[in-house]
Design a protein. Structure first.
Length: 358
């Protein structure tokens, strides 16, 4: 039998959840609410939906491999050159491409724990070693992460805001880290929830990119733009870094429908502000209710809330039986996506009925 290398056998495969309909059938429930994947509960922009419909007639053609119009619009919006941009089949694909471009077996990469699980998976897939630095106060400890850099370090991953805790790193923290990384490594700043952040102390990654640092900033259309199912994200980086990533990028990695929908979504500021408003109201409601019930939670800068609990698996199953799907994060915490008002209410109502499980 053909065998993968040992470093591939060491990777735990991602276990996808069952389709919602299947889960409902098994549990004998209906109208469940899914607050497990940090999607935008408002849905996609109506303009994006129209663009999707308009793209149907062209799907016998290959997509535009360069993503010309989307990159043009992004460049204008972000104030960067078009050759400072790369598109991906979700920002997830860009993480993977970056690792495959710059790391080889025996190299290592510094990241936080817990943080987005894909960083460690991508690094292991090339035989690299993830160095996982514990969070401090639920936040990336950028000082400790800089201390963890070794001569074999090729990449540093920072999720800002962090998934699953929703915390951010400040400008000063980030500036201090950037002063300690060398030209021989790439810092990946994953800003999947960038559009949700309103805090004025939020790190300015773009400033460092403009100063010529080896930085790859990743953003996505999966979160506030509500296009998770289409899979499209983008990277902003130095031309030289992106040229190297383009060596191994699949020529048609982002599809026609996703490119057109993203272009329309990018121009729909109304949808973004409605989504922010729904998130803000939901956040305030959940803080109030959770606080009132004696649950602890980590104040969030994104569209989800991390809650330390006593028994996450038990709480997860109790909520599931009531048709509320959240994400257990290990034995002692859960993560819940901020939903529409009625979804948040269902979550709180179900929590009240879980007979004191915390
Ligand atoms: C921190 C972080 N980065 C990246 C992603 C992946 O996003 P995409 O859908 O663009 O692949 C997610 C999705 O949950 C995320 O939480």
């Amino acid at each position: 039998m053909i065998q993968p290398p040992d470093y591939v056998l060491d990777i735990q495969p991602y276990i996808p959840g069952k389709p919602l309909e299947e889960l409902e059938r098994e549990l004998g429930i209906s109208n469940s609410v899914k607050l497990a994947s940090n999607e935008n509960p408002v849905g996609p922009s109506p303009a994006a939906l129209r663009a999707v419909q308009g793209a149907f007639a062209d799907i016998h053609r290959y997509p535009d491999g360069a993503g010309y119009y989307l990159k043009q619009a992004l460049a204008k919006k972000l104030g960067v050159a078009e050759d400072a941009l790369i598109l991906g089949n979700g920002s997830n694909e860009l993480l993977d491409i970056a690792v495959r471009t710059f790391m080889k077996q025996g190299d290592d990469a510094v990241m936080a724990a817990p943080s987005f699980v894909v960083y460690a998976m991508a690094v292991r897939s090339v035989g690299g070693r993830p160095i996982q630095v514990p969070l401090k106060d639920f936040t990336h400890d950028l000082g400790a992460m800089a201390d963890a850099i070794t001569p074999a370090t090729k990449m540093v991953f920072i999720a800002n805001p962090n998934n699953p805790t929703g915390t951010i790193n400040t400008r000063e923290e980030f500036d201090r880290l950037m002063a300690r990384v060398t030209e021989e490594m790439l810092v990946v700043v994953d800003e999947a929830y960038y559009e949700y952040v309103t805090d004025g102390s939020y790190a300015d990654s773009m400033k460092h990119l403009c100063a010529g640092k080896n930085l790859l900033i990743l953003r996505t259309f999966s979160k506030i733009y509500g296009l998770a199912g289409l899979r499209i994200g983008y990277g902003i980086g130095r031309k030289e870094v992106l040229n190297d990533m383009n060596r191994i990028r699949e020529p048609f990695n982002t599809n026609t429908i996703a490119q057109r929908a993203a272009l329309a979504a990018l121009a729909d500021d109304g949808h973004v502000s409605r989504s922010l408003e729904v998130n803000e109201k939901g956040r305030q409601y959940l803080y109030r209710e959770l606080g009132g019930m004696g649950f602890s939670y980590v104040p969030t800068h994104a569209n989800f809330i991390y809650m330390p609990v006593d028994d996450a698996p038990m709480l997860y199953s109790a909520l599931l039986k009531k048709g509320v799907i959240i994400r257990p994060m290990g034995p002692k915490a859960i993560r819940v996506t901020i939903g529409l008002p009625e979804e948040n209410f269902r979550f709180i109502d179900a929590l009240k009925e879980t007979k004191g499980i915390k």
